[in-house]
Write a protein that binds this ligand. Structure first.
Ligand SMILES: *[C@@H]1O[C@H](CO)[C@@H](O)[C@H](O)[C@H]1NC(C)=O
Length: 301
């Protein structure tokens, strides 16, 4: 049996993105790469009135009205930001903690966002938005592909013949040739086409449980399932040295041959059986098989 991988890859990518979203601004929080105290020219032990005084002095010096130089304008913004952080006792405390514990990047970043941009960009809101957008795209993409595949299948002569046969069977062999029954036929056709099992290859019907947003929430569950799957595999075949079950042997064969799952499942049973019996997951067997195949194709040419 194949491991229950699902959308774990997608979800991991989404998690990675979120971690990046959290980590990237962490280098640009508080006073960017500068030290807030240095910007104001005060020591870390300065009291509130000293900080205030330093700020007023510097803001006068670098105020854009007095200093048209663009560099001083930048400086003015930096000074204002530093003061914004240091004038408030709570945020100053947070900042002191952040410089004393640079290794706690995520904690510091989260606290920074809470203090300053909590109302602007909450990383959780970003995450939810991202997942919704991704899910929307995924749904539309899957639906389009599925609808196309259905339309293609419905266009094949084989399908049309099956449908015609079914219509004939239902109407008791007397297809009415009346003009006004054309629309009726369409309806009947639609009803009956639901009964014919459409064999759609290469496209999956979009399903709620498969959406990335839903899968993301279920990621811990999916990971636990995968972990259990590998655990039981290890127990059965490595520890107890049990012979491979037919399903597991088929999975190993499909993996060894590097064919996609749906390509494998569309092989006919005798072919599958032959391949599985060759134990291609053992390296020597696979090599022998591949050389054999190469010789065969040369001979045919
Ligand atoms: C802050 O420090 C300055 C200089 O050390 C001192 O003169 C002033 O009284 C202090 N202010 C407060 C509120 O502690």
């Amino acid at each position: 049996m194949a491991p229950p991988v699902g959308h774990i890859r997608w979800c991991s990518a989404a998690s990675f993105l979120v971690i990046c979203l959290l980590a990237v601004p962490s280098v640009a929080i508080y006073c960017d790469e500068d030290d807030c105290y240095d910007l104001l020219g005060v020591s870390q032990t300065a009291n509130a009135s000293e900080i205030k005084k330093a700020y007023y002095k510097l803001s006068l010096k670098y105020h854009p009205d007095k200093n048209p130089d663009p560099d001083s304008r930048k400086r003015f913004v930096k000074i204002a930001t530093a003061y914004e952080i240091l004038k408030d006792e709570a945020t100053r405390e947070q900042y002191d903690y952040a410089i004393a514990h640079p290794e706690e990047v995520f904690y510091n970043t989260a606290r920074y966002y809470q203090a300053y941009y909590g109302h602007k960009t909450d990383p959780r809101a970003v995450l939810v938005g991202l997942l919704l957008i991704l899910s929307g795209f995924q749904y539309l993409n899957q639906k389009t592909r599925y609808d196309q595949a259905v339309a293609m299948v419905k266009n094949t002569p084989a399908y049309k013949n099956r449908l015609r046969a079914l219509v004939l069977e239902r109407s008791g062999g007397t297809t009415s040739k009346k003009k006004n029954s054309k629309q009726m036929d369409k309806k009947v056709e639609e009803e009956l086409s639901k009964e014919l099992n459409l064999d759609i290859k290469g496209a999956e019907k979009p399903r709620f449980w498969n959406l990335i947003g839903v899968q993301f929430i279920l990621l811990p569950y999916a990971l636990a399932k995968l972990f259990l799957w590998y655990g039981s595999w290890f127990w059965r075949y490595q520890v107890k040295k049990a012979p491979y079950s037919w399903e597991d042997a088929a999975h190993l064969t499909q993996r060894a041959l590097r064919v996609p799952v749906d390509a494998w499942s569309s092989l006919d049973e005798s072919m599958k059986e032959d391949l599985v019996h060759r134990r291609l997951w053992e390296k020597g067997n696979l090599e022998n098989y591949l050389t054999e195949m190469r010789k065969e194709s040369k001979r045919r040419r």
